[in-house]
Design a binder for this molecule. Structure first.
Ligand code: BLA
Length: 863
């Protein structure tokens, strides 16, 4: 036990002094019953504590009057002393605030009738450099000009250079295990007169088995990243210490705090308490229910006057979503919101690594860490240290909030800082190590339950949405028009995301469903959104009319918008609208003024007022969840796919069409080419026939050659017409017959003429044209042969005319003497001509009428 010798002073025999004599002592003297109830309180004790005798008599000194002493290191010694019978304990203690921090020599000893506590003041202390600065800034009054809350984020809270006085810290080189830094109170764990551990091997101050464990864990690399090894050690003649060792940033750090001798002395949590609490948490069905149970169980376990479940929103503002507190404490923070700057970014980052912080006494004087000269000046990184002193600015915040002892445990959900389990106590509040561990376990159990509850409801909601999306995509793949597929079917985009209005904007075309702003306004919103989107595919806002005043008139129906652009072209937007949720948000203080200006080394201070500050919120809709945005994006991709597919189909068809046209043109050219060649061949055949005719003496044979030549010619004419025609299947009959007649007249020789009257543009199919040409050839050559009154001077009249609906008339009349009766049975010439005519008439389903007018007149009518 580090006993402080009191040179020159002899301890007075308190049992023998009267109360007047006690009052005359410079020493604070307090008489206590075995539970700590105050029986005697002398004047010096009154002066030191600032409390009158009347105010304290009968009350528990450790628990009620000086709760900073309600720790194993003070009250614990008193309790174990009583258990042993006679006791006399001397140690140094720093009283946090009485009203100035005071370093004092303390003696606890048993007397005849009751126990004694004496307090001998050694020195009045400053509050520690950082707090000194804060206090100075407060004293110099606040400056009113606006300050930057961002300054809060720059405080390097992981290297405060000090720890809370409830523990002793040793920092060693992890290679050599030589102590390179210690807290200045490290003498507490050593026998009186021992030198401070700094520069000594760790093994010289801590038991070897513990050193061996540390060595093994260091070697296996299992002491870093927040992992630690915990043991209860007996040091300095048997006092129990709770030791925690961890490695971080090139240091092995050991923290030692006096352990409660008896679990009941400081209401240590038992495993069964924890297990029962976890079971109750697991049974909670809703988030609010789980939060309520967590607050209640953790308060029961830790004894804080108030426990809050504090939840962060996406912007790191927070809200107290559950509170369990002492009914006697009028203040309630339940339902209040706090701005993100109250817990700055570097603190949140640290809390995702190190999971818990406990402050016994906000006003306790931090114990500095000193380093050996050869270890360099690098401050010890206390990120994972349990007894790191918290930011003096935050402690000031706690003071403004009326909080002294406190706790905060990180609630981690899916590896993200979801919130904090916060404990508040109006006075100092010690929580035993086992209890702290239990509170952390319970908080983890709560986090898991949150994860389960959130995941379950999210899963159900997502499943329903995926189903809807699936049906929409099926519609899309079936429909030609994606807009109607998404807005007009049995399922529409309005069935997604709890939106009350939705729409599709494609270029200048707007299709709306549900309750949405009018088309013109939506076009304006779409233009603004395209701008906002830039190269992004999605834009989601729960309060877009704040940035787009033009849309403000519609905020009742559309305060929130989710917009997704479709495809590369970004021409199409899918839109969802959500209505305004009229709401008030109650902040714990004005969130626009989170900081006050400090001065000197302290530039910012936390606000002092936590008065309810009600913000009327207009223009806010329920926020869009990230999964909803990504689901909307996947729908847009599906739309893009379908639109693309349609475009591809059209492209394909256009390609095919072009190909066909090309083929058609080629075929046309080919056919014409063939017709041309056929015509040429026929002309050659015809010429041969003419040539042979000339070499034949027999008149009939000559005539036969001549007739055949004419027939071949007529077919050649048709092919010539075909070759020249615009359309390949049809020929201009008038033109064909005209050329034919000229040929025939030419073949027949001088004196033969044809008077032709032909309707122009009378298009007939090729087959019909061939047949009619052959018929015309027969009739005209016959007329030349037999119909002339003066042989060799016949005139023939040919008429080609249409008679509607495809009917064609061909008339061939001569100016001869007419046909004799019964001419059909006594054919002129060989009769071959007439046979050919009949065959042709049959082929094209035509009729032949014959009359003498007085010359022979033949009329062919096709149907
Ligand atoms: C830390 N601020 C914190 C912490 C809480 C709050 C819970 C964590 C403390 C811990 O882990 O023990 C704030 N406390 C709250 C809130 C409630 C509460 C919102 O009980 C409501 C129920 N704080 C300020 C300003 C600054 C600031 C203006 O308000 C800076 C200028 C700083 N807060 C600040 C810092 C920390 C902090 C630096 C980190 C403390 C530390 O871990 O060292």
């Amino acid at each position: 036990m580090p006993q402080v010798a009191a040179p020159g002073t002899v301890d007075p025999d308190l049992d023998s002094l009267t109360s007047d004599e006690l009052d005359r002592l410079d020493l604070g003297v307090i008489g206590l019953d075995p539970t700590g109830r105050i029986l005697v309180f002398n004047d010096a004790a009154s002066a030191l504590s600032g409390l009158s005798r009347e105010a304290v008599l009968g009350r528990n000194y450790f628990r009620e009057i000086a709760p900073g002493t309600n720790t194993p290191g003070f009250f614990g010694r008193f309790l174990s002393g009583h258990r042993r019978g006679a006791f006399d304990e001397r140690f140094e203690f720093v009283f946090g605030r009485m009203p100035q921090p005071l370093r004092a020599r303390v003696r606890l000893h048993s007397g005849q009738a009751h126990g004694w506590l004496t307090i001998e003041p050694l020195e009045s202390l400053g509050v520690g450099a950082p707090r000194e600065a804060v206090m100075a800034a407060i004293d110099s009054r606040f400056r009113a000009e606006p300050v930057d809350p961002g300054l809060c984020e720059r405080e390097p809270i992981h290297i405060p250079g000090s720890i809370q006085p409830n523990a002793v810290m040793l920092a060693a080189d992890p290679e050599t295990l030589t102590v390179v830094a210690n807290s200045t109170n490290a003498g507490e764990i050593l026998p009186a007169g021992d030198p401070l551990p700094i520069g000594r091997p760790l093994a010289a101050v801590l038991p070897l088995p513990f050193i061996d464990v540390i060595r093994a864990r260091l070697a296996s690399g299992t002491l870093g990243d927040g992992r630690s090894v915990r043991r209860t050690l007996r040091l300095d003649g048997g006092t129990s210490y709770h030791a925690v060792a961890h490695a971080h940033a090139g240091r092995l750090i050991v923290e030692l705090e006096r352990a409660p001798e008896n679990p009941d002395d400081f209401a240590e949590a038992r495993q069964t308490d924890t297990e029962l609490a976890v079971a109750r948490l697991r049974a909670a069905e809703t988030l609010a229910g789980a939060a309520r149970i967590a607050a209640l169980e953790i308060r029961a376990l830790t004894g804080f006057e108030s426990v809050l479940v504090y939840r962060f929103d996406v912007d790191w503002n927070g809200e107290a979503i559950a509170e369990d507190k002492d009914a006697e404490w009028g203040r309630s923070l339940f339902g209040l919101r706090f701005p993100a700057s109250d817990i700055p970014a570097q603190a949140r980052a640290l809390y995702t690594k190190a999971k818990s912080r406990f402050v016994v006494d906000r006003d306790s004087v931090p114990v500095p860490l000193v380093a050996s000269a050869d270890a360099g000046n690098a401050p010890v990184d206390l990120t994972f240290a349990q007894h790191r002193t918290l930011s003096p600015i935050h402690l000031e915040y706690q003071r403004n909030l009326g909080v002294n002892g406190s706790m905060s445990i990180s609630i981690m959900v899916e590896n993200r800082l979801w919130g904090l389990m916060i404990g508040h106590h109006r006075r100092p509040h010690y929580v035993a190590p086992e209890t702290r561990a239990a509170a952390t376990v319970l908080t983890d159990a709560f986090a898991m339950r949150v994860q389960e509850i959130e995941a379950r409801s999210l899963w159900a909601e997502r499943q329903a949405h995926l189903d809807t999306e699936g049906r929409l995509v099926r519609e899309l793949t079936r429909a030609d028009d994606f807009v109607s597929a998404l807005t007009a079917g049995p399922v529409t985009i309005l069935d997604l995301f709890g939106a009350t209005g939705a729409g599709i904007v494609t270029g200048g075309r707007v299709t709306l469903i549900g309750t949405a702003p009018p088309e013109a306004a939506v076009l304006g919103i779409a233009a603004w959104l395209r701008d906002r989107l830039g190269t992004a595919t999605s834009f989601a806002s729960s309060a877009f009319t704040i940035d787009l005043p033009a849309a403000a008139p519609y905020r009742e129906i559309a305060s929130g918008v989710l917009a997704i652009s479709v495809g590369e072209a970004r021409e199409t937007l899918l839109l969802w609208f959500r209505p305004e949720v009229p709401s008030t948000v109650t902040w714990g203080g004005d969130p626009r003024k989170p900081v006050l200006a400090g001065s000197g080394p302290v530039a910012v201070l936390p606000r002092r007022s936590f008065e309810r500050w009600v913000e009327e919120r207009t223009g806010f809709a329920a926020p869009w969840a990230p999964w909803q945005v990504s689901l909307a994006e996947s729908l847009a991709e599906a739309v893009d796919g379908v639109v693309l597919r349609q475009r591809r189909k059209i492209d394909e068809l256009t390609g095919l069409l072009a190909e066909k046209e090309k083929l058609l043109i080629q075929k046309d050219i080919l056919t014409r080419e063939i017709d041309h060649r056929v015509k040429n061949s026929l002309q050659i055949v015809s010429s041969f026939l003419q040539m042979q005719r000339r070499q034949i003496a027999d008149a009939d044979a000559r005539q036969a050659f001549s007739d055949t030549s004419a027939r071949v010619m007529s077919v050649a004419r048709v092919h010539d017409s075909l070759y020249q025609a615009e359309r390949i299947e049809e020929v201009d009959l008038g033109q064909t017959i005209e050329s034919l007649c000229k040929d025939l007249a030419g073949i027949a020789g001088e004196g033969h003429a044809v008077d032709l009257t032909a309707e122009t543009g009378l298009m007939v199919p090729y087959r019909k044209a061939v047949a009619l040409s052959l018929i015309a050839t027969e009739l005209v050559t016959n007329a030349f042969k037999y119909g002339a009154r003066v042989p060799g001077e016949g005139r023939v009249e040919v008429t080609v005319s249409g008679a509607g609906s495809g009917t064609v008339k061909l008339r061939v009349c001569d100016d001869g003497v007419g046909l004799p009766d019964g001419w059909e049975n006594k054919p002129r010439g060989t009769g071959l001509g007439m046979k050919l005519i009949r065959a042709m008439l049959d082929q094209i389903n035509a009729r032949l009428e014959v009359a003498n007018t007085p010359g022979a007149c033949f009329t062919v009518t096709t149907t």
